[in-house]
Design a protein around this ligand. Structure first.
Ligand code: NAP
Length: 263
C-alpha cells in the first residue's frame, strides 16, 4: 500500500529530541525523506541510524545552531535540496522556553530566545517559501505554544515569541495561499519532553519543591488530568501536513488538553 508521504521531502528543525523527533519518526514511517536539524551531532547521528532502520536511506542530518540567522536557515535549506530534494514540508520545532520573571530576565536572554525561536522559525520560512511557491506545493507547521495566546508570567519571553509567531505566520500564510502553500501554528500545552523536565527543575528550585511534585501539579491543572507525550502532538502535526487537512491554513491549533480558556 502506498505510504501517504511517499513523495514528501521534509525538514524537521529540533528533530533530534522531543516533539520534532516524534514528527520525524511519523513522517519517515509514512515514506517521507527527512532532514533533521539540531546542534548535537552525535544525537542527530543516533536518530538517523534509528530512522534509517525503519526505512533505509530516508533520514539525513544537519547540525547547526538556529540562533545564527538567517545564515543557518539558508545553509539548512541548501543542504536539504542536495540531500532529500526540494522540500515540500517544514516543521519548525527547534527552540525552548526560559523560566524567568519578566523583570528579572536579562536583555541577553530576551535576544537569545528571540534569535533561536522567533528568528529561527521566520528565517526557515523565508528560506523555504521560494522553493515551495515554485513547486506550488508545501506545508509549514510551527510548534509555537499556548503561551502565545495565554501569556504566562513564568514564561515571559516564550509568551512574547509565541505571540509574535502567531502574528507573522498569519500574514505569511495570507501571501503563501495564492501558491497553494499552507502555513499553520500548533500550540502544545505542557508536553513531556526534555524541555518540560528542564522547566520543572527550574520551577522546583524556585519554589523549594521536588521535581515530581511540580510535574504532578501540572498534571492536576490539566482538564484531562494527564500530560501528553511528544507523539500526542506529532499525530496532529502530521495530520495537518497531510492532504486530509488541505483546506486548513493561516490559523493556530491548540493541542493543550483544554487548559487554555479562550475559545
Ligand atoms: N514541551 C512543552 O511543554 C512545550 C510546550 C509548548 C511549546 N513547546 C515548544 O515546542 C518546541 C519543541 O519543544 P520540545 O519540548 O520538543 O523541546 P526539546 O525536547 O527540548 O527538544 C528541542 C529540540 O530543538 C533542538 N534545539 C534547541 N535549541 C536549538 C538551537 N539553538 N539550534 C538548533 N537546534 C536547537 C534540540 O536539539 P539540540 O539540543 O541538539 O540542539 C532538540 O532537538 C519548542 O519551540 C518549544 O518552545 C514545547
Amino acid at each position: 500500500m502506498e505510504k501517504i508521504f511517499s513523495s514528501a521531502r521534509a525538514i524537521v528543525t529540533g528533530g533530534s529530541r522531543g516533539i520534532g523527533r516524534a514528527v520525524a519518526e511519523l513522517l519517515v514511517t509514512q515514506g517521507a525523506r527527512v532532514l533533521l536539524v539540531g546542534r548535537d551531532t552525535e544525537r542527530l547521528q543516533q536518530r538517523i541510524r534509528e530512522l534509517n532502520g525503519l526505512f533505509p536511506e530516508h533520514a539525513f542530518a544537519f547540525a547547526c545552531d538556529m540562533a545564527d540567522q538567517p545564515a543557518s536557515a539558508d545553509r539548512v535549506v541548501d543542504y536539504a535540496v542536495k540531500t532529500i530534494g526540494k522540500p515540500t514540508l517544514l516543521l519548525n520545532g527547534a527552540g525552548g522556553a526560559s523560566i524567568v520573571r519578566a523583570m528579572d530576565a536579562p536583555w541577553s536572554l530576551w535576544v537569545e530566545d528571540f534569535q533561536v525561536k522567533f528568528f529561527g522559525y521566520l528565517a526557515m520560512a523565508r528560506a523555504i517559501l521560494p522553493i515551495m511557491t515554485e513547486q506550488r506545493r508545501g506545508v509549514i507547521i510551527n510548534i509555537v505554544g499556548i503561551a502565545g495566546k495565554d501569556p504566562n508570567p513564568a514564561l515571559p519571553i516564550a509568551s512574547a515569541v509565541n505571540g509574535a509567531l502567531n502574528g507573522v505566520m498569519k500574514v505569511l500564510a495570507d501571501d503563501a495561499s495564492a501558491y497553494g502553500v499552507r502555513i499553520l501554528n500548533v500550540n502544545p500545552g505542557a508536553t513531556q519532553t526534555d524541555l518540560l523536565t528542564a522547566m520543572a527543575k527550574s520551577a522546583a528550585k524556585e519554589s523549594g519543591q521536588n521535581v515530581a511534585d511540580v510535574i504532578d501539579q501540572m498534571r492536576a491543572r490539566s482538564p484531562l488530568k494527564r500530560l501528553p507525550g511528544p507523539m500526542d502532538i506529532a499525530r496532529i502535526v502530521v495530520f495537518l501536513m497531510s492532504s486530509q487537512a488541505d483546506f486548513v491554513t493561516g490559523t493556530s491549533i491548540d493541542v493543550d488538553g483544554g487548559i487554555h480558556r479562550g475559545v
